[in-house]
Design a protein around this ligand. Structure first.
Ligand SMILES: [Fe+2]
Length: 386
């Protein structure tokens, strides 16, 4: 199938450029043959609007959330897309400026407001973005678009209309969860998120959202924290993008990309600060692997250390003869790879960028094999155990 985003009537010009939503589905151009038996819908999220009025958005993860839908039936494919009516989007459209700070783009106060009202704006607390451009997944019988904050947005998978915004902090002790949950065949959802607790105690919480029940109750209302991984550093939790899950265990890779929490909590009143400004690297910690059991959820109180790398996505994770095999997509070193994902970089030709030695590290697929019985550790290539 050709890329339907390039359909002449779709209005989509080029990747990483803004496009308009569609009033109704359009036929996709199909090359080859789609089997007649292949029926269903594919929902995908992505960034679709890269400037608000005259203000540009700067990072790949700042574009406003656009929901895409591909419908397959009888060998034909149709394509539809709509922007999600998040608060970030609706307020930006209303005020024609960036109103809520995005990952790599800071929102500035309304220049029309007087100093007095600005003062109160600053002290109303951190206004966290709900721009759910990263992923979409089912919870019970519903579908939620998400980013990595505490907000997820329920959408109608048929019409692509926005239904409601949900604040996970109302149900769970987390400050946000990743956009990459694991979903069991019965619909149970597991995810992981940072938890900045009382007295600045830090942890990473695995949360469990139960599967749909006969009584039609909302599974989110029955969600809970299942198990907690401790943070290796006080005041500076690691950035977490995904985690591993096997039949009986969770795997959490604590990497050296850190959130400077003090900076995060104080810098929001400083003009021009975005999330990206709050990251830093720990050059000495290397990378830690933590394990926990799933049922019951219990932390396994030893961890494994190896050299520093960035990790965003787990490829696979499984148990084999007393070991846990963890396949990861990694970038060697502690420098934050997201620094290379500013739109100014990604809009250029990647091959040209590589030739120009932008020093962007290349990804490596790595396999780590962790013993469930640490007395077998001599059999494998783990550097140290504590
Ligand atoms: Fe991701």
């Amino acid at each position: 199938m050709d890329n339907p985003l390039e359909h002449p009537s779709s209005g989509y010009k080029k990747i990483f450029e803004s496009c308009e939503e569609l009033a109704e589905p359009i036929p996709a151009h199909v090359s080859g043959k789609i089997p007649a038996w292949l029926t269903g819908s594919l929902l995908r999220m992505g960034p679709g609007l890269f400037e608000i009025g005259d203000e540009p958005l700067y990072h790949l993860f700042d574009g406003q959330a656009l929901l895409h839908k591909f419908d397959l039936k009888d060998g034909h494919v149709t394509y539809h897309r709509r922007f999600i009516r998040t608060d970030a989007y609706v307020r930006a459209m209303t005020e024609k400026r960036v109103v809520i700070t995005e990952f790599g783009t800071a929102a500035y106060p309304d220049p029309c407001k007087k100093h007095f009202s600005r003062f109160f704006t600053y002290f109303q607390g951190i206004e966290v973005t709900d721009n759910c451009l990263v992923n979409i997944y089912p919870i019970g019988e519903d579908f939620y678009a998400c980013t990595e904050t505490n907000y997820i947005t329920k959408v109608d998978p048929e019409t692509l209309e926005t239904i409601k915004k949900v604040d996970l902090c109302n149900y769970l002790s987390v400050n946000g969860v990743t956009a990459h949950p694991h979903i069991e065949p019965d619909g149970t959802v597991y995810n992981i998120g940072n938890c900045f607790g009382k007295n600045m105690s830090l942890a990473y919480n695995i949360v469990k959202i139960p599967h749909h029940k006969e009584d039609k109750s909302d599974p989110i209302e029955k969600s809970k924290v299942l198990v907690q991984f401790p943070s290796s550093e006080r005041l500076k939790p690691s950035y977490v993008h995904s985690f591993g899950m096997t039949e009986n265990h969770f795997v959490f890779v604590e990497n050296p990309v850190k959130i400077n929490l003090l900076k995060f909590l104080t810098s929001w009143s400083i003009r021009g600060t975005s999330y990206m400004d709050c990251f830093e690297s720990n050059e000495r910690m290397g990378t830690w692997f933590h394990l926990a059991t799933k049922n019951p959820g219990e932390y396994i109180n030893h961890k494994f250390r190896t050299s520093a790398f960035n990790v965003f996505h787990h490829i696979n994770c499984f148990e084999d003869q007393g070991f846990i095999v963890v396949d990861l997509c990694t970038w060697k070193g502690y420098d934050f790879v997201y620094n290379y994902l500013y739109l100014a970089n990604v809009r250029q030709n990647w091959e040209e960028l590589k030739k120009a030695s932008m020093r962007a590290p290349q990804p490596e697929v790595r396999r780590y094999v962790l013993p469930l019985d640490i007395h077998r550790v001599r059999d494998i290539s783990v550097i140290s155990v504590s």
